[in-house]
Design a protein around this ligand. Structure first.
Ligand SMILES: Nc1nc2c(ncn2[C@@H]2O[C@H](COP(=O)(O)OP(=O)(O)OP(=O)(O)O)[C@@H](O)[C@H]2O)c(=O)[nH]1
Length: 491
């Protein structure tokens, strides 16, 4: 079949289709074409060239391709087609090489992590808050590798010093050795110190960057200082330094690129100033540029994968620990956290309190207003409850259905009733209409239990006590707080 016929036979499904097809053109199933060919076909398609508006999306290329099983390619293609056809491309470029399971994205709540995965990070940069988190993840994750790289560098440069002393004439080695000993080796010692001292840790990235810069420029100085006295020493060391900085030093790509570009610039200047052999100069500069190209390419993909791992890791953690509707912790996380807080409180001889919260007459609410509004009400109540956890060891969770729980670590026993009442008042103040409830609006009942953990006790007794208090609050007429008797010795 000729190309024209193939193009004619491929049906148009609308620009920016959201229905699982390739943007612009539905390609025959199983037809595997490189992205460039798909882009070209999409752009050539007569009906696309006629700029027919999409039947589903009011703006061509405006839709997200999250439902598409070719998310990455199709969005990229939409972008490329838009460029070819002079249309605005409203879909940002997604990550260029790693395909993320759409299931994972669809199930995760909308967060900066999910947004970054959907929109991509071609320039290896996230939005501000997320970038900070990533930096912490990157530094922590590479601590051991940075240390190993620093140790290896120190050993290597001591070895180079010995080789210089053994093989170079004294008038050359005095220059090369002094550069290596006074500049390069100390810069790696500083990296080692920064990796070991907690107070210096925030500056570890800067220390590695400085060491990379110092090593690169100093190595150029080593070669130049030898050339200056008419002695040609192997220049391959500078290639090794470039690749080391890109791939082993655990530097972010941008910083590695910057350090190497400065080094490359210094190298080119040195070659034009001191190298008298024009052919050697040409080869050395070409090899240096090639090493930078290879290193920068490898380092880019390495960092891109690390960024993807960071995002996917966080999303998976979120999916396992959080409730999808409300964003509060799920019951599993609550149980794990309760055990932890209980052990901590046992060690510190401090109290733990649990509040169980249940929306009143929620079945009737669902029956009257529908499940969708029920979900929205659950979310609104959850947002109020989320404000109840103020200390690091406090936790708010969706216990199940329309029931929530709060863990308070070391609360003041006399304030529990008031804390519960603040919550009931805040939910009532949401003014969510509930005509089948006594107050005409949505309310909650709260049961609170407090206990001082004793050896042999378990946290389940506290949960049961809070549940009984909640039952009592319901029994007494709802929209109220009942604080139970302390489970063990009261604080
Ligand atoms: N919309 C929505 N409803 C839910 C969800 N989970 C549980 N429910 C509903 O919550 C209701 C709970 O009803 P019940 O346990 O009978 O309690 P209730 O009607 O609140 O009555 P009381 O607790 O005695 O005041 C049920 O109708 C469930 O279908 C959810 O995720 N979304």
């Amino acid at each position: 079949m000729g190309l024209e016929r193939l193009i004619e036979k491929t049906p148009v499904v609308g620009l920016g289709a959201e229905n699982g097809n390739f943007h612009g053109v539905r390609f025959p199933r199983g037809l595997r074409l490189p992205i460039i060919a798909r882009t070209a076909l999409s752009a050539w398609h007569p009906r696309i060239r006629a700029r027919r508006p999409c039947s589903r999306s009011p703006r061509p290329f405006a839709c997200r391709a999250h439902a598409c099983d070719e998310t990455v390619q199709s969005t990229r293609c939409a972008w490329a087609c838009a460029r070819i056809m002079g249309l605005p491309a409203s879909t940002p470029l997604p990550p260029p090489m790693l395909k993320i399971d759409p299931e994972l994205l669809n199930n995760a709540s909308m967060s900066p992590h999910r947004r970054a995965l959907e929109q991509g990070y071609r320039w290896l940069r996230f939005e501000d808050g997320l970038e900070k988190q990533f930096q912490a993840f990157f530094t922590q994750g590479h601590l051991v590798r940075v240390r190993v790289a620093a140790y290896v560098s120190i050993v290597l440069f001591i070895m180079f010093v010995l080789i210089d002393l053994a093989t170079l004439p004294a008038y050359v080695s005095v220059r090369t050795v002094s550069i290596r000993v006074t500049l390069i080796i100390p810069s790696f010692i500083i990296v080692l110190l920064a990796s070991y001292r907690a107070a210096w840790r925030p500056y570890l990235g800067t220390a590695v960057f400085t060491a990379a810069l110092v090593t690169g420029v100093s190595t150029v100085a080593v070669i130049g200082s030898a050339l200056d006295v008419g002695y040609q020493i192997p220049y391959e060391g500078i290639l090794l330094v470039a690749l080391f900085v890109y791939l082993i030093a655990c530097l972010e790509w941008r910083r590695a690129l910057l350090a190497n570009m400065v080094t490359l610039f210094a190298f080119v200047v040195m070659e034009f100033t001191l190298q008298t052999n024009a052919q050697a100069r040409l080869y050395q500069i070409i090899f240096m540029c090639a090493a930078n190209g290879v290193g920068a390419y490898g380092a880019y993909f390495l960092e891109h994968s690390i960024r993807t791992t960071f995002l996917v890791d966080t999303l998976l953690h979120e999916l396992a620990a959080l409730d999808g509707l409300t964003g509060l912790s799920n019951r599993r996380s609550l149980n794990i956290h309760l055990e932890r807080v209980w052990r901590q409180a046992l060690r510190d001889r401090q109290a733990v309190a649990i509040a169980m919260i249940d929306i009143d007459y929620f079945k009737r609410y669902n029956d009257r207003y529908g499940h969708a509004r029920g979900d929205a009400a659950l979310k609104a109540v959850a947002d109020v409850i989320a404000g109840l956890a103020r200390r690091p060891l406090d936790l708010t969770a969706r216990y199940g259905g329309e029931e929530f729980a709060v863990i308070w670590h070391n609360p003041v026993p006399g304030e529990l009733q008031a804390m519960g009442e603040v919550l009931t008042a805040a939910v009532a103040a949401l003014h969510i209409e509930h005509l089948d409830s006594d107050l005409g609006r949505l309310t909650v009942s709260v049961g609170v239990a407090i206990g001082l953990p004793c050896a042999g006790d378990d946290a389940a007794a506290l949960l049961r006590a809070a549940d009984e208090a909640l039952y009592q609050a319901k029994h007494q007429g709802r929209n109220q707080v009942v604080v139970s008797e302390p489970v063990a010795a009261l604080v």
